[in-house]
Design a protein around this ligand. Structure first.
Ligand code: DAH
Length: 340
């Protein structure tokens, strides 16, 4: 028995040196400690030992079994440690490597300006309506009091899609759509893209407007000026003033051009206001009675005011942009200045 155990001990030590992973470890366990393994083989062999020698032999086997178990535990700990180290090495992260930067987008200056305008007017109770970009002649012109062959059609170079179908040249057709759909009191803003065959430093064939329309009993030009005063003060500063100049639009009578006192020089005269102290910002007026009639609204009961704001123009003034093209080139170096 003693000899057998010595031989097994030597074999185990040799095997142990060859165990380098958990598969080999479990084979090792099977071989020595499994049900049909070497240690239980020794216990079975006790049968063949002379009766009087059995207690001593049993004790020797038990000591050997304990030793084998200790060997196995130590080996298992070694393998677990080694495998964990390998796993850590494979998954190592070099925290000194530079990070990958994900750049964040921002709103376009036109969107920022549009949102700002909507904010100011929604504070005064205006709702937002959006109409189609492809319009028929009736909405874009005729019902706005611009009949065919009217000289006012020459004020805007129109893109025709088909006969009597145009890319809307203004957001004013939104007025007609709103008045067709709802009856006074009306207080709406119509933001949107408009199109004209026109292109230079301050004109683009596609640009944005914001139409305003208020229709109710007793609305006058004073309401227009009051609302626009509030609007320009929110956008350009508390001390700017407005000035109305007589103008002409077919859908308003009287029509006005609205100027703001120059927020750059305070009205003394500078390059921004071309020495005049005033900057033209938008057009508007009292809604023409024919336009109300064209929408089934009785002009002897109701009156209205309307205005049209060029969003690019406001953005250019606000941010000191001198070339409209910059707003549409989508050069990130330009756009990133408006982030945050
Ligand atoms: N639609 C005009 C344009 O594009 C701007 C405008 C002027 C709109 C006066 C109005 C208005 O509603 O009352 O030039």
């Amino acid at each position: 028995m003693e000899e057998k155990i010595n031989a097994l001990r030597a074999a185990l030590e040799q095997d142990r040196a060859g165990v380098t992973n958990s598969d080999q470890l479990s084979a090792f366990w099977q071989k020595y400690l499994g049900k049909t393994g070497e240690v239980s083989g020794l216990t079975k062999a006790l049968r063949d030992v002379a009766k009087e020698d059995r207690p001593a032999a049993g004790k020797t086997i038990n000591l050997f079994k304990t030793w084998v178990e200790e060997q196995y535990q130590a080996l298992a700990a070694e393998i677990a440690k080694k495998e964990l180290e390998e796993k850590n090495r494979a998954e190592a992260v070099d925290i000194t490597l530079p990070g990958k930067k994900r750049s964040q987008g921002g709103l376009h200056p036109i969107t920022i300006t549009k949102n700002e305008i909507v904010n100011v007017f929604s504070g005064m109770g205006f709702e937002v309506y959006e109409g189609p970009e492809i319009e028929d002649d009736a909405h874009n012109f005729t019902r706005l009091n611009v009949p065919k062959n009217h000289p006012a059609r020459d004020m805007q170079d129109t893109f025709y899609v088909a006969e009597d179908i145009v890319l809307r040249t203004q957001t004013s057709p939104g007025q007609i759509r709103v008045m067709d759909a709802q009856k006074p009191p009306i207080k709406v803003l119509v933001p949107g893209r408009v199109f004209r065959s026109d292109s230079d430093a301050t004109h683009s064939p596609m640009f944005h407007q914001m139409e305003g329309l208020v229709v109710d009993k007793g609305i006058t030009l004073c309401d227009l000026q009051g609302m626009l005063d509030k609007f320009v003060q929110e956008l350009f500063g508390a001390d700017v003033r407005t000035r109305l100049r007589p103008s002409y639009f077919p859908f308003t009578e009287p029509s006005v051009e609205i100027d703001v006192s120059c927020f750059e020089c305070g009205g003394k005269g500078c390059s921004l206001c071309k020495g005049t102290g005033w900057i033209e910002v938008l057009g508007g007026g009292v809604v023409h009675h024919k336009v109300l009639e064209n929408c089934g609204i009785d002009p002897t009961v109701y009156s209205g005011i309307a205005f049209g704001i060029g969003i690019e123009r406001i953005a250019m003034l606000k941010y000191g942009i001198n070339n409209m093209g910059l707003l549409f080139e989508n050069d990130l170096r330009f756009l990133e200045q408006f982030k945050g």
